[in-house]
Design a protein around this ligand. Structure first.
Ligand code: FAD
Length: 469
């Protein structure tokens, strides 16, 4: 294969298409939608990279993966070197290659995107990470440094906590991760469905933590089993990465009817407790017509899950238009291909029940768009007199989540903002000495890579704190 391509030759290569399961088939199964690139496809895609001196893609990545370096290694066919670079910079590359909104981060900065399509950084990341998982014997093992003798407690085994634990272990500190659930991964496990992120990928990436000597204790709820001040006494520093998993509801009539779920409950039943399997001990209502309120990734996951559970119609009900939807572009595209219906510019007013207290429909308000609001998205405005009903038997509320007060209630000295999120500075330091925080508990619902970025930056800050104390 020719490796010394000219810029013109590189620019003439078409962006690779991700091989996918057929939309009609996959819409009824829980297997992964994207199938991954072949080695030949990955090498060809990597050859599109111009290896720019200014590396704008790296600046677009919150964990600062050395993107041109690992892609150049792929272009040469040197996969061990590509994996070495990627794994050194990113604790969860196989996860990020599947779920990061690359179109808003690394890929949006790609120079090729100015007049054409950006390099498929996410697809290449996934390719290299999967190759590394399948070829552990070909990877260079980096020895861990001598123990520093310092210990850190990490609360929550989601992307923020996992990244923090891995970065601290690489610096020689003793790390114990406390996780409330019986399984690791946070939203990666209980929120994002198997058809987007197989759980074997989460298992394999978390396993690397254990190999680094990190202790993971599941079924420990900080705030109930142990309090934050108690943790402070037992460890030299604490990092809080407990996410923002408390569902928000709309506050409309009918939310207590049977057949109404928060997206968290609905997805947790299916993903964590395997309710999609006929032999699962955890039940789930398999609706004929499922309505999901919201337009983010959570809403897309829930509506596609509803269809996979056998619904005849599975609907997104969203008060703005598609242009304002926060979900990843790929998820919206996949959902449409699978037959998901988008009921846009529509706001639910009421969930209607039958005499037995079961959901039988929703009453909706037609909306139009006005001027942009504080979020920069155009504000939805009700069109007077335009209401109508849709027949549904399951409703899933996916309008967002907020901070869970379980932990913070036991730590009166921890400063919170008006939404209950922990206040932390840019390095993750909180109002309590030696206590750091990051991820969704600080930002509100954000993204995997932003949570990981907080873990990485916070680890540097904790390392310097431990050096001083
Ligand atoms: P979490 O992932 O929420 O992890 C926090 C962990 O802390 C959990 O395991 C929780 O059980 C544990 N915990 C909570 N309280 C305690 C306690 N008191 N004691 C001990 N442990 C505790 N982002 C993307 O970038 N791309 C996507 O495609 C995407 N899709 C999403 C789909 C869904 C359904 C959802 C809900 C979110 C999605 N997100 C996506 C957002 C992303 O998953 C989150 O921003 C990210 O997981 C936040 O990471 P975190 O580590 O801060 O928190």
């Amino acid at each position: 294969m020719k490796t010394n391509l000219s810029v013109k030759e590189r620019m003439s290569i078409e962006r690779v298409k991700m091989p996918e399961q057929d939309p009609q088939q996959r819409a009824r199964n829980f297997e992964e939608v994207n199938l991954g690139l072949t080695e030949a496809q990955a090498i060809q895609e990597a050859q599109r990279c111009l290896n720019c001196k200014s590396k704008p893609c790296v600046a677009g990545c919150p964990v600062r993966v050395r993107i041109p370096e690992f892609i150049t290694a792929v272009a040469r066919g040197d996969l061990p070197e590509a994996a070495r670079i990627l794994l050194a910079d990113n604790t969860l590359p196989a996860v990020c290659g599947r779920v990061c909104p690359q179109e808003e981060q690394c890929e949006v900065e790609c120079v090729l995107g100015k007049n054409g399509k950006p390099v498929a950084v996410g697809y290449l990341e996934r390719f290299v990470a999967d190759w590394a998982m399948e070829n552990p014997d070909k990877l260079e093992v980096t020895p861990l440094p001598k123990s520093s003798g310092k210990t850190v407690a990490v609360v929550g085994c989601g992307p923020a906590g996992i990244t923090m634990a891995s970065e601290l272990a690489r610096k020689g500190h003793g790390v114990t991760v406390f996780e409330a659930l019986h399984a690791t991964g946070g939203v990666l496990r209980y929120g994002i469905p198997e058809f987007r992120l197989p759980k074997r990928i989460v298992d394999a990436e978390v396993e690397r933590l254990r190999e680094m000597g990190v202790t993971i204790e599941c079924n420990v709820i900080i705030g109930k089993t142990i309090t934050l001040p108690e943790l402070q006494e037992q460890f030299d520093a604490v990092f809080i990465g407990n996410g923002a998993g408390l569902p928000m509801m709309l506050g409309i009539p009918g939310e207590n009817l049977k057949g109404v779920y928060s997206a968290n409950e609905y997805l947790t039943r299916v993903n964590l407790m395997a309710a999609w399997r006929e032999d699962s001990a955890t039940p789930i209502m398999r609706g004929k017509n499922v309505a999901v309120f919201g337009g983010g990734n959570t809403a897309m996951d829930a509506v596609r899950t509803g269809y996979r559970l056998g619904a005849e119609r599975s609907l997104i009900v969203y008060r703005r238009s598609e242009a304002e939807m926060p979900a990843r572009v790929e998820e919206i595209h996949h959902a449409k291909e699978e037959g998901i219906e988008f009921v846009l510019l529509t706001s639910p007013l009421e969930i209607i029940g039958d005499e037995g207290g079961w959901v039988k429909g929703i009453r909706c308000q037609k909306m139009e768009l006005g001027e942009p609001d504080a979020s920069g998205r155009r504000r939805p405005i009700a069109i007077e007199g335009e209401t109508y009903e849709i027949e549904v038997d399951v409703v899933v509320n996916a309008i967002g989540t907020e901070a869970n007060p379980l932990l913070t209630a036991t730590a009166p000295n921890l400063e919170l903002n008006k939404w209950g999120n922990i206040v932390a500075d840019e390095q993750g330091a909180t109002s309590m000495d030696g206590v750091f925080a990051g991820g969704d508990i600080v930002r509100g619902g954000a993204t995997v890579i932003l949570a990981m970025g907080d873990g990485k930056v916070g680890a540097e800050a904790i390392d310097s704190y431990l050096g001083r104390n």
